[in-house]
Design a protein around this ligand. Structure first.
Ligand code: M6R
Length: 612
């Protein structure tokens, strides 16, 4: 969603800010803006659409001299929530005096009452945003000390924010603050940066401070002074970013999505590294350490998440029940947070999130904690809100996922869920022998993924034959049912083809009415105890004229029935979910490419969904 980058130092700020905005583009946005601290005061430049339009505007309006002289600035990409995506609503926003301006991620929930209060005092708002209410509130509180004014204003707001503030009367500092919306401060030589996402800092520094909720920091080129909302000093550790620029670049691929699909042998290897004990048939997961008594006590596992992470959780449900014999439920995080869930201290909630910032998942964690349940995180982004809120759990170590469509996060999540199931299983009913078999299979995942990636050209041909269809169905049973849901989600989000994921047995209960001659039906027909049933479901679709694209295990093709075939390597049904998901990622990717879609930044979507 929205993105923030700020710079204070000795270099011209504009190229750093624009470079940062470009790194944040993947998060999804509809307008962009920048504010520079100049000798004459604060100047802002805003535009609707891509960052490139903002660059054109800066070229036209900012002279070379001004460009060189402005060494402090803040910038923003906005994903509209309050007010349409117009230039007037784009950030930064000024206060009444136009000497203070801010960029803001999050939502100020009580902005209406603030706005009305300020309007009664004569303020005339320039935008429809909640952000302008906050900038004007800061201006109202200003009395010669911008830090104090920010703190005073923030004490009056409800909601979530990550903000960066400039004040014309104090041009040598930048104030930043967070509550429920991430901010990272980067420290370089004679310069400091701030960003809502570490990807925007990676080209400049490895030394970072992750701000926490309630932090307000005064940043100069040489110092970071952190306070709480009571204006008391706070200590925060300086951490190593541990990312290099190649992790956030395309590396020769046409799209980030394709790069990330092809990274999966490596990203899954990273998720598994040091975590498999082949000899014991067990998993080594420090974040899941528990005594045998604690393990025996787990009555139920509840997996919460949204979108792709929810689908990973649904595969996890099969793994926890089959392998560990623990009753498991999966709940959409937004549902969990509002339904007054029945959970207690014997339950174990695992919150799954790539970004670690998804608002509904975060709220679900808080709800589970309120109820006294054990909560673990399964997260990709280190330092993210969910990683901090859970405080324990397992990282998937997939590296930055830039494409909006989640790919390597899904396979990382499922890989770690399989490890969790193995560990919990070995602590309960799973024999060493069966544990060893599963551990050996999980260990082979990188090569199983390679097996599918080698079919990239063949899958592109399959995509060619379905790329003109406006509808598609994905069918699966057992652990392949969530993979079917995930395949449909991938196709619809990047190619805008209407796609439905169904349990294969459900087709005949209604959706089969939608089939017309040639409708692509992608059938996940891997070798499993229910394979014949799946073929039966595929026959029913074929009889209605559907075009059957089967994803089958090597040696189990059914060429009489299928129009196209994608081959999976031999492995158990649970483990097969991962190579199958990779096959569907490639299929969606190629359909979207052939349809000329904006693959990495699909319309209307944001990478991390930090609003309800
Ligand atoms: O960062 P999270 O895993 O919490 O995000 C959850 C969903 O927003 C995300 O998976 C979304 O569905 C993706 N666009 C799927 O490709």
């Amino acid at each position: 969603m929205c993105g923030i980058i700020g710079y204070i130092g000795s270099r011209p700020a504009t190229p750093v800010l624009i470079g940062g905005l470009k790194r944040l583009e993947y998060r999804g946005y509809d307008s962009a803006g920048i504010a520079l601290a100049e000798r004459t005061g604060l100047s802002t430049f805003r535009s609707v659409g891509k960052v490139s339009r903002l660059v054109d505007k800066l070229k036209a309006e900012l002279s070379e001299k001004r460009h060189e002289e402005a060494t402090t600035g803040i910038a923003h990409t906005r994903w509209a929530t309050h007010g349409a995506p117009t230039e007037a609503n784009a950030h930064p926003h000024f206060d009444k005096s136009r000497k203070i301006c801010i960029v803001h991620n999050g939502i100020i929930e009580n902005y209406r009452s603030i706005r009305e209060r300020l309007q009664a005092k004569g303020h005339k708002f320039d935008s429809d945003t909640d952000t302008e209410a906050l900038s004007r509130l800061i201006g109202e509180s200003y009395n010669g000390d911008i830090r104090k004014a920010v703190i005073q204003a923030l004490r009056q707001v409800e909601g979530a924010y990550g903000i960066a503030v400039l004040c014309a009367d104090e041009p040598n500092k930048m104030i930043v603050a967070r509550m429920g919306s991430p901010l990272v401060v980067g420290m370089g030589d004679d310069e400091c940066l701030v960003a809502s996402d570490a990807a925007a800092l990676v080209a400049h520094t490895q030394r970072v401070i992750y701000l926490d909720d309630g932090d307000v920091a005064v940043i100069t080129p040489h110092s970071v002074d952190i306070r709480n909302l009571d204006d008391e000093p706070i200590e925060r550790n300086v951490a190593e970013l541990g990312l290099d620029v190649s992790a956030v670049e395309k590396g020769g691929y046409e799209h980030y999505m394709l790069k990330e699909i092809f990274e999966q042998p490596e990203s899954v290897r990273n998720a598994l590294r040091g975590r498999i004990d082949l000899a014991e048939g067990n998993a080594v997961l420090a974040g899941l350490s528990a005594s045998p008594a604690e393990l025996a006590e787990i009555g139920r596992i509840i997996l919460v998440g949204c979108g792709t992470s929810l689908h990973a959780g649904m595969v996890g449900e099969f793994a926890f029940e089959d392998v560990a014999g623990i009753s498991t439920e999966v709940q959409q995080a937004a549902e969990f947070r509002y339904r007054n869930p029945i959970v207690d201290r014997h339950d174990m909630v695992i919150a799954i999130s790539q970004s670690g910032e998804t608002a509904d998942t975060l709220a679900a964690i808080r709800k589970a904690k309120e109820k006294g349940t054990k909560v673990f995180g399964l997260v990709n982004v280190v330092g993210s809100a969910i990683a901090r809120e859970t405080g324990r759990g397992v990282f998937i170590h997939a590296g930055p996922e830039i494409s909006v469509a989640s790919t390597k996060a899904f396979t990382g999540q499922v890989s770690v869920l399989l490890l969790m199931a193995l560990k919990l299983g070995r602590g309960r009913r799973l024999s060493q022998e069966h544990g060893m078999e599963l551990a050996a299979e999980i260990n082979r995942l990188p090569e199983l993924i390679e097996f599918v990636l080698k079919q990239n050209d063949a899958i592109a041909k399959v995509a060619e034959r379905m790329s003109k269809s406006e509808h598609a169905f994905f069918l699966g049973r057992g652990p392949m049912h969530p993979v079917a849901l995930e395949g449909a989600l991938k196709l619809k989000e990047i190619s805008y083809v209407h796609a439905e994921g169904y349990h294969a047995a459900e087709m005949k209960h209604g959706p089969i009415a939608l089939l017309t001659p040639g409708t692509p039906v992608i059938v996940l027909a891997n070798h499993s105890p229910v394979l014949e049933k799946v073929w039966g479901n595929a026959e029913e679709c074929k009889a209605r004229g559907a075009r059957i694209i089967a994803v089958v295990t090597e040696g189990h093709a059914h060429t009489d029935l299928t129009d196209d075939t994608i081959i999976l390597p031999k492995c158990s049904p649970l483990v097969a979910t991962i190579p199958a998901a990779v096959a569907l990622q490639l299929l969606s990717y190629h359909v979207a490419r052939l349809r000329g879609c904006s693959i990495d930044q699909p319309r209307n979507l944001a990478k991390s969904v930090t609003v309800e």
